[in-house]
Each structure stands twice: as C-alpha cells, then as structure tokens.
Design a protein around this ligand. Structure first.
Ligand SMILES: NC(=O)C1=CN([C@@H]2O[C@H](COP(=O)(O)OP(=O)(O)OC[C@H]3O[C@@H](n4cnc5c(N)ncnc54)[C@H](OP(=O)(O)O)[C@@H]3O)[C@@H](O)[C@H]2O)C=CC1
Ligand SMILES: CC(=O)N[C@@H](CCC(=O)OP(=O)(O)O)C(=O)O
Length: 344
C-alpha cells in the first residue's frame, strides 16, 4: 500500500482526493492536514466519507510525519509547497503539487503572475508538468510533479493535436472558457456567494489570467514555437465543471480533423473524442476523471472549433493528481479512477 499524506485536506481538492483515494486499491491516506480543523475527524466533517475514514483526523503534523509517507499531495494555496517540498524530497518522499507553485519553468514569470517571490526556484529544473497525455514517460521517474490547472488541462487537451501537427495558425488562437464556482476554492469569497454566483455569468481576468502563461508554455513545448493565445475565463452558475471552446485558423484544409483527434488520443484512457456533431457537456464528466472533446470546422471554413469539458476538481485537479501518482508508482493508470459521471 502506498502511504499518502495530504496537505490542505479541508479544501475542495483535498476532499476530492479523499473521495478518490477512499476506493483506491493500492493507496491509503495516513495523514491529512488542516490548521482550521485540527483535531476534527474527517468522518465528522465529511459525512460522505464516514465509513471510509472512521478514525483519520485533521492534524498539523511535523514534517517527519509527512516524510514517513511515500507521497505528499499539496492541495494548498500557492506558496505552501514552495516552503515544504525541498525537505520532503530530501527525505525521499515524492511530492504531487496541485497548486501552481512548480508549473511555470521561469521563476520570474511566476513572480510576475502570482505577485510573490518564487519560494523554491532551485526545484524548477526537476519539476515535471503532470499532464500525462504529454509527459507520461517523464512522470514515471519524477519526484516532484506539478499538476496542471483546471483551465490549462481543458484548453491544452483541446488544442494539442492541432498545435503539435502545426495545423493551427499560431498567430491567433482563442480559448473562451467557463468554470463552476468550486474552481475558486472553499474559502469565503464574495463572488462565490449563492446570491452573487447562483444566477449569473461573468467574464474575469480578461486582461490577463495567471493560467495564460501556463497554457502558452504547454502549447509552446509541443509546437516548438510560441503561440499567440487569447484566453477569456467566465464564472458560470455550476458547482463543478469547466467548458472550453477554442478557436483556431486551420492551415491545411485537406486534413480530416475528426480522424486526427481520434488517432491522437486513441490510447488515452481519460480523453474521449466524441462522434462528429456531438458536443461535450459538463454533466457528462461530473465526478469523473475524463475530458470529452469535440472538433468541428463550421461550414468547412477556415476556423476550427474544438470544445472540451472536464470536472475541474477531477481531471482538472485531484483525479489528474491520482493519475500522476499511479504513473509514478508503476500502477495501472486508472487505479481508483474508474468513477462514472453523475447525470443529472
Ligand atoms: N478548486 C479547483 O477547481 C482547483 C484548484 N486547484 C489548486 O489546488 C489548490 C487547492 O485548491 P482548493 O482545494 O480549491 O482550495 P481551498 O481554498 O478549497 O482549500 C485550501 C486548503 O489549504 C489549506 N491551507 C491554506 N493555507 C495553508 C497554509 N499556509 N498551510 C497549510 N495549509 C493551508 C486549507 O486548510 P486550513 O486553512 O484549515 O489549513 C484548505 O484545506 C490551490 O492551489 C488551487 O489553485 C487546481 C485545480 C483546480
Ligand atoms: C472559478 C475560479 O476562480 N477559478 C480559478 C482557477 C482554479 C484553478 O485551477 O487554478 P489554480 O490551480 O491555478 O489555482 C481562477 O480563475 O483563479
């Protein structure tokens, strides 16, 4: 059994890790941290988990308690993994970070977007970007994995085949995305209140969202050159879900894009290319570690529209984190991830 510690267990991605790992055949959560709920049993805070974690209790442990585990997940705000990752890695325990601390390869760019100094720039060269569809071979041997953000997961999976094959004009790619409110985390925020977000749709970060450099970095790595991306996120009245609609100008009209996408993702357990004319719905991935994608070139014109839907807390965070753990520990990639989406 892989011994797991979760730092930040009371947040939405933390409890989603608990849900997925509860049924994982080869991993057991031994330590779960929280400063605000120290001493409270998981079973008392999250009644859906009662029978799975009857005695596990939130704690504020010494770092030695974390390093007694095989892997530590960080489900914390930016900056927390910076301060602890080095010591944990030095003790021989692996780190899977759900925050953005190790996603950008350039520490100065990170500082510019996250508004604080990078706390562990010396670890960036070994951090592996945990998008298995691109980096599976490197993830296998990684000690430190940076799990992609939710929007970056959806947008990159939507665009990878086009960009890698040089079929999208890099001068102008657009991603218009919508997120459920759980994307903002569990902390009290005015914009997450029911009366604010419950019946409303609003764009934000239009002048520059911190996921923009992450998506551009990922696309640049597969394209071998920079892409000019316009990224506009929206908050919509859902609890979970990301829907990405991406637009690109096609450079070669002779390519059968449906066939390209089916071929590109044919061996991917967690990417589903929908049949032509069927479009992804967020409810078709709710609770599941799955990205459903549709590709369409309206009226056979110059523009291709690629749509992707994920659950921000699963393929957009905790499910992808468990997928990374499975790869790092040589397990079946779908261990503990065979959940079926909830409709309605
Ligand atoms: N929500 C989402 O859809 C996604 C989130 N992410 C990223 O995952 C991370 C967690 O997100 P989410 O679960 O939504 O966040 P939440 O705000 O819901 O939870 C944050 C957790 O971190 C703990 N925490 C806060 N500050 C510290 C600290 N200084 N030291 C230790 N623990 C701390 C909190 O517990 P306590 O205060 O009790 O210690 C809480 O358990 C973030 O970096 C987020 O950006 C990534 C993809 C998707
Ligand atoms: C709705 C909402 O507020 N979403 C968050 C993104 C959540 C996420 O995936 O981001 P990180 O892991 O990079 O923090 C936002 O726009 O900042």
């Amino acid at each position: 059994m892989i011994k797991v510690a979760i730092v930040g267990g009371t947040g939405y991605t933390g409890v989603e890790l608990l849900r997925l790992l509860a049924l994982h055949p080869h991993a057991r959560v031994e330590v779960i941290t929280s400063r605000s709920e120290e001493g409270v049993r998981v079973a008392d805070m999250y009644p859906n988990l009662r029978e799975h974690y009857p005695i596990l209790t939130f704690s504020v442990p010494e770092v030695e308690t974390l390093t007694a585990c095989d892997v530590v997940f960080f489900a914390t705000p930016h900056g927390v993994a910076h301060s602890l990752a080095d010591e944990i890695l030095q003790a021989g325990t692996r780190v899977i970070d759900l925050s953005a601390d190790f996603r950008l390869e350039d520490s100065e760019e990170w500082t510019q977007w996250y508004g604080q100094p990078h706390g562990a720039p010396h670890l960036l060269s070994e951090a592996v970007y945990g998008l298995p569809e691109v980096n599976r071979d490197v993830i296998k041997d990684a000690r430190l994995v940076a799990v992609p953000g939710c929007y970056p997961t959806a947008v990159q999976l939507a665009l990878l085949p086009l960009v890698e094959q040089g079929l999208a004009d890099p001068k102008q790619i657009i991603a218009s995305c919508a997120s459920g409110v759980s994307g903002a985390g569990r902390g009290t925020k005015l914009g997450s209140l029911f009366c604010e977000a419950g019946e409303n749709m609003v764009a934000y970060g239009v002048n520059g969202h911190r996921h923009l450099p992450e998506i551009k970095q990922g696309l640049r790595r597969v394209a071998g050159k920079s892409v000019n991306l316009t990224f506009v996120p929206h908050l919509v009245p859902m609890i979970r879900g990301i829907h990405a609609t991406t637009y690109a100008t096609v450079t070669d009209h002779s390519v059968d894009l449906q066939a390209l996408y089916e071929q590109y993702y044919r061996d991917e357990p967690f990417v589903d290319i929908l049949p032509a004319g069927v479009f992804p719905q967020t409810r078709s991935v709710k609770g599941a570690n799955m990205c459903r994608i549709a590709v369409q070139r309206p009226q056979n014109g110059d523009v291709v529209v690629v749509m992707a839907a994920i659950d921000n807390l699963v393929k957009g965070a905790s499910g992808q984190a468990v997928q990374n753990m499975n790869i790092m520990f040589g397990l079946e990639e779908n261990s503990g991830l065979q959940t079926v989406a909830l409709i309605p």
